[in-house]
Write a protein that binds this ligand. Structure first.
Ligand SMILES: Nc1ncnc2c1ncn2[C@@H]1O[C@H](COP(=O)(O)OP(=O)(O)O)[C@@H](O)[C@H]1O
Ligand SMILES: [Mg+2]
Length: 235
């Protein structure tokens, strides 16, 4: 399997504050990585650093043929293959569902039609404004908007957070389809990791901005006592 992402000696934060210290891992083409850790341990900071939305203090990020992704501006990283679904979702509230997708669409196998097939709820709401969507629909649209960029790597920051169980099931099915069936590489942040570990290849656990555990997802899933220790009660 060829390598897609390589992170070395990464440190980053906000202004003078350094939140991530010496983070390093690699991800292969088509692989899914579960990024775990208690609240406030740096998961979002790591995702945002990959997207170019924090202050990087040191280290390197390579994505596919792009050896120095860390030197690029956020919009250049999107063009280089980073599909970012931020924790706040950040859809364009004043645009319709369809406009949200066509505004950022780039040529490739993912287009609005395929997003609608994946999320029939969005197809029904094509002409609704972002402000008129439920939380679950906004999350589906945020995922769809990242997909139509036709990224090499999808970054999902707590995509299931705060959603009703039936919507969680729908999103999980879609994420499984995107990563497992379609083979798109992804990093998925989750605080309640069993469902995400079940569809991931690798797992990385952060604490205080450093990696405290890295293993295959299957190995970590098989050891609930280790997960308990690393994540506390939230499991
Ligand atoms: N915009 C910011 N400015 C300064 N510090 C921040 C900012 N966002 C997060 N932090 C700090 O960075 C640390 C990690 O936060 P975060 O990456 O959001 O954690 P997680 O996603 O794992 O819950 C926390 O101590 C948090 O207070
Ligand atoms: Mg977070």
């Amino acid at each position: 399997m060829s390598e897609l992402l390589r992170i070395e000696n990464l440190s980053a934060g906000y202004g003078e504050a350094v939140v991530l210290h010496d983070v390093a891992f690699t991800l292969g083409e088509g692989q899914t990585l579960a990024l775990l850790g208690r609240n406030g341990t740096g998961k979002t900071t790591l995702i945002n650093t990959l997207a170019g939305a924090t202050r990087q203090h040191g280290g390197t990020i390579a994505l596919g043929g792009q050896a120095a992704l860390h030197k690029l501006q956020p919009h250049q990283r999107a063009a280089a293959g980073i599909g970012w679904v931020p924790q706040e979702r950040n859809i364009f509230k004043s645009l319709t569902v369809h406009e949200n997708l066509t505004a950022v669409e780039r040529p490739g196998q993912w287009n609005p039609q395929r997003v609608y097939e994946m999320f029939p709820r969005l197809a029904e709401r094509k002409t609704n404004l972002g402000t008129q969507l439920s939380g679950g629909e906004q999350q589906m649209l945020a995922v769809g908007r990242a997909l139509v960029l036709n990224p090499k790597l999808l970054l999902l920051d707590e995509p299931l957070e705060g959603l009703a169980p039936i919507i969680v099931e729908e999103l999980l099915r879609a994420i499984r389809r995107i990563t497992r069936d379609e083979g798109l590489a992804a990093i998925i942040v989750e605080q309640h990791p069993q469902a995400i570990l079940a569809i991931s290849d690798q797992a990385v656990v952060l604490d205080h901005g450093t990696i405290v555990h890295a293993d295959t997802a299957a190995a970590l899933r098989a050891r609930p006592e280790v997960l308990d220790r690393l994540l506390g009660v939230a499991r």
